[in-house]
Design a protein around this ligand. Structure first.
Ligand SMILES: [Zn+2]
Length: 334
């Protein structure tokens, strides 16, 4: 999708993107070659430009794992971070807050400190070359409750200043956040400085998981949260607590059976009700979307004006977890 000039010109901010999910087929092949790994060619389309998959679960499990197992060194994480941030900057993004999985260290054998240091180098290099600013959040995996405490140990083992938040992602089961409450609270208590709190919730499971996240965690932002739109009491609660929903329209159309198309997606309903929202790509390397495309879609499919979209960027920067001095600087550029 090509961005129109007016959308391209809007400064953008992204709060919900998984760093491994940004890896395009080209970058995956480059890194695999560098590490002497042969990627199963069946994960790529015939022309090699996109991934080939049979439904969302196949994409985020089989295809994702085949790609992500190639990421083995700090250089690999530097490459993918730098590549992604430069692509965002080319579409007008001024701030991106990607998330990393400590659990990925178990899969690909990379040391946690190397993973973080690689991402940090990618951020510094992208800032030097394009001006884009970026910070990181770390993510528990909902489908792996047995790893909650060991992931917490890793996160506490290296508290680099660029790590500003804590998140949980992965396949939602009703009430499954309970298994992570202790690990979340331990990291928040022992990290040595305040972290922002996020949780993917109310994406596939309805409002019950939105309530669950709010009750269990001191939540600042909710990943997706789109199914909160089914409960007017929950909408009021999000507004009262000033919780920002990180909405990912393209991802939801692919993953959430309640939203087969943009027409049925509640982005506009949530925004019009006064809920704080941001726009995000989630796994742009896998889905073939981008932060710029999500702004274009919000304009074309949901009728957001350029002014409203600029307001969404301002809102996202306010809801970001970057330190206040940088936040002020970013807001001043808008
Ligand atoms: Zn996500």
């Amino acid at each position: 999708m090509k961005l129109t000039d007016d959308i391209k010109a809007i400064p953008k901010a992204e709060l919900h993107v998984h760093i491994e999910g940004t890896v395009t087929p080209d970058i995956a092949r480059l890194i695999a070659k560098r590490n002497g790994i042969t990627i199963n060619p069946e994960i790529f389309s015939e022309d090699g430009l996109s991934y080939k998959w049979n439904g969302f679960i196949d994409l985020v499990t089989r295809v994702y794992q085949e790609m992500a197992r190639c990421l083995k060194t700090a250089d690999d994480y530097e490459t993918i971070m730098y590549d992604y941030l430069c692509r965002c900057a080319a579409e007008g993004a001024i701030y991106v807050e990607p998330s990393g999985y400590p659990g990925q260290c178990l899969v690909s054998g990379i040391d946690y400190k190397d993973m973080v240091d690689g991402m940090v180098r990618g951020i510094d290099r992208a800032r030097a070359d394009t001006g884009i600013e970026s910070r990181l959040t770390m993510t528990f995996e909902r489908h792996r409750p047995s790893g909650a405490e060991s992931d917490a140990d890793l996160i506490l083992s290296y508290t680099h200043p660029y790590i500003v938040g804590l998140d949980i992602a992965g396949g939602e089961q009703e009430g499954d956040l309970a298994g992570f409450e202790t690990a979340y609270k331990r990291v928040l208590k022992d990290f040595g400085r305040p972290l922002g709190v996020r949780a993917h919730a109310a994406e596939n499971i309805g409002p019950a998981n939105g309530w669950d996240a709010i009750k269990r965690l001191p939540l600042n932002r909710m990943g997706h949260g789109v199914r909160c739109s089914e409960d007017s009491g929950l909408i009021k609660e999000l507004i009262a607590r000033n919780i920002t929903l990180e909405v990912c329209p393209t991802s939801n159309i692919l993953a959430v059976k309640e939203y087969p198309d943009f027409k049925s997606h509640p982005l506009r309903k949530l925004y019009d009700a006064g809920v704080s929202i941001s726009l995000n790509s989630d796994d742009p390397g896998l889905f073939g979307n981008s932060i710029g495309q999500e702004y274009q879609i919000a304009h074309d499919e949901f009728g957001f004006t350029v002014d409203e979209l600029e307001g969404i960027t301002r809102n996202a920067i306010r809801a970001s977890f970057v330190e206040d001095s940088v936040k002020e600087k970013l807001l001043a550029t808008l």
